[in-house]
Structure formats: C-alpha cells, structure tokens
Design a protein around this ligand. Structure first.
Ligand code: MF3
Ligand code: CO
Ligand code: CO
Length: 296
C-alpha cells in the first residue's frame, strides 16, 4: 500500500475550518472570585465609559499584565499538531495557577476559557479538537478577571511555514493596532482611531471588519464606548484622560463581511479568506495612551 496522499492543500485558505468536538467544562476552584455575570447566568451589566480612578487603573494594569503573560505563554505553545482545546487547557490552567478567572468562561454562555480563531475565523472561535497545522495563523484572545476588573488582549500567531500574503496580513494588522493607539489622545473623537486603522489597512489592499468593535472595559467586560476600526461618523464620543477601552482591529485579505456559525459565536469571512486580529487594552493619558496589557 502506498501512503495515503496528504489532504493538506497547497493553497492557503482552501481548507475551511469546521466545527469540532468541544471538551467537557473546565472547573474554576471556588476560591477564585467570579465576575458579576457568572452570578446572573452569563448576562452582563451595561457598564460605564467614565474615566477611571488611579486605584481602578492600578488594578486594571495588574489584570492586563496577567492577561498579556498568559497570552504569550499560549502563543508560545502554537505548533503543528496542537489542538485549540490544548490551548484552552493551557490558558485555563494558567488562570487557575495565578488565581484569576478566565473571563470568557460562561460569558453569555461561551463554553471555554479563551477564544481561538484560525485562518478565516474572524473572532470568538470556540476551542475544540481542531488540530492546528503547519501554515495556519491562529488568534488567541485572552481575558482575565481579577481584583474586580478585566484585562483583555489578543494576538495572531504563525504556525510553522506561513505563506507570504498571510504574513503580510498579520504584519499589517499589528501595524493597524499600533496606528490606532497612536491616534488616541484627549479631545479627539473615538472616530479618529478607526480612521487611522482603515487608512492603513486599505492602503495595503485589505478589508476592515465592521461588525465587531473595540469596547470600554474595567469592572465591566464590554462597556461603552464602542470603538469601530473604520471611519464611522457615529463614533463621536470625545476621549478624556482616564478612559479605558480596547482597540482590536480585525483585518481581512478579502471581503470583510462575516457569516456566523450555528454555534452563535464563530464568525468567519464570507469568502473563506484569511483574517487576523491584535488587541490591547489601554488608558487615555494627558497626551496619548498607555497600554495596560503588557507583560512584566
Ligand atoms: N475577548 C473578546 C473581546 O475582545 C470577547 C470574548 S467574549 C467570549 O472583546 F465570550 F467570546 F469569550
Ligand atoms: Co476586547
Ligand atoms: Co479580547
């Protein structure tokens, strides 16, 4: 018998990601404090865009640092043969070890502790038995709850030999986040962030996802303002020092529109082309922005 020919396609994106098998619930020890929505069956409170006190910012900086460190550890584990559920176990165990709650777990019914979004998955992929292969790009989105606040950050990692266009996508997406952060200062509208991102993405020939946005964050996971990653005339809120929010551009090689899987979470590009994302949580300072999701 000759070996079965590899089903691995040569063309990136010609393998579609498909739903896999989700493993049983992972437990969080009862000693670790839960976010408020866990006590209300997954439904969050609305939240507040108001500037944060120095005391809250200290707590958010510690939460952000932990999220960034767990993200780096999970990213370092991305290699061919690893499943997205393996990465969920890693993130979950790191949270428990550090005594923090993995914010996705039970948020609006999300079943796992991290979002894992491969290739054409825009965001909110659910970890399952899907095997990550050489050439894939994988976004890991880590959020933790500790000291009463959330820390939220994500990055897209390369698995092995990734094609040139996908590498460019990942690079440009990282640059979009950097340019969005550079647009932040008191007195400007939220709109300025998306304008900077859209300009850079489209100059590179890429699309900007409209249907998912950055968000205010703090004691609430998703608070106002919404932070669009394109030039949205509705994003008129004026930034003030002390406001905290995420910027998390999702950039596409092709069409930016999405289709939702029946699981109600996994958002994929309509054309099956690849997409990448990077996210930081930040605070508006007197003359710019300070990133809260940096590893120690
Ligand atoms: N961390 C994601 C964000 O950046 C939200 C994930 S919600 C979940 O906003 F339920 F999908 F985990
Ligand atoms: Co976020
Ligand atoms: Co996130």
């Amino acid at each position: 018998m000759s070996p079965r020919p590899s089903k691995r396609p040569a063309v990136p994106g010609s393998r579609r990601v498909r739903p896999g098998i989700v493993s049983p619930l992972r437990e969080v020890p009862p000693s670790i404090p839960r976010p408020p929505y866990i006590l209300t069956g997954g439904q969050p409170a609305p939240g507040d865009p108001a500037p944060k006190s120095a005391e809250v910012l200290d707590r958010m900086r510690r939460a952000g640092r932990i999220a960034a460190e767990i993200l780096a550890a999970a990213g370092a584990a991305v290699r061919p043969g690893v499943t997205t559920d393996d990465l969920d176990a890693l993130v979950h165990d790191e949270c428990v070890r550090r005594g923090v709650y993995p914010s996705p777990l039970g948020y609006r019914g999300f079943p796992k502790s991290v979002c894992t979004s491969l290739n054409e998955v825009i965001c909110h992929g659910i970890p399952d038995n899907t095997v990550i292969r050489d050439g894939d790009i994988v976004n890991l989105d880590v959020t933790v709850f500790t000291e009463g606040v959330h820390g939220d950050t994500n990055a897209t990692f390369l698995c092995g030999n990734v094609d040139t266009q996908s590498r460019k996508l990942v690079r440009v997406t990282r640059e979009c986040l950097e340019l969005g952060i550079a647009a932040v200062r008191p007195g400007v509208q939220v709109r300025a962030i998306g304008r900077a991102i859209q300009q850079h993405a489209e100059a590179a020939g890429f699309g900007v996802v409209r249907d998912f946005v950055g968000h205010g964050i703090g004691e609430t996971f998703h608070a106002p303002p919404q932070v669009p990653h394109y030039d949205d005339p509705r994003a008129t809120m004026v930034l003030e020092a002390g406001m905290t929010f995420t910027i998390e551009p999702m950039i596409t090689i092709g069409d930016w529109r999405h289709t939702m899987w029946p699981d109600g979470w996994t958002a994929v590009t309509v054309d099956g082309k690849r997409t990448a994302q990077f996210e930081h949580m930040l605070v508006v300072t007197a003359d710019g922005a300070d990133i809260l999701t940096v590893a120690g």
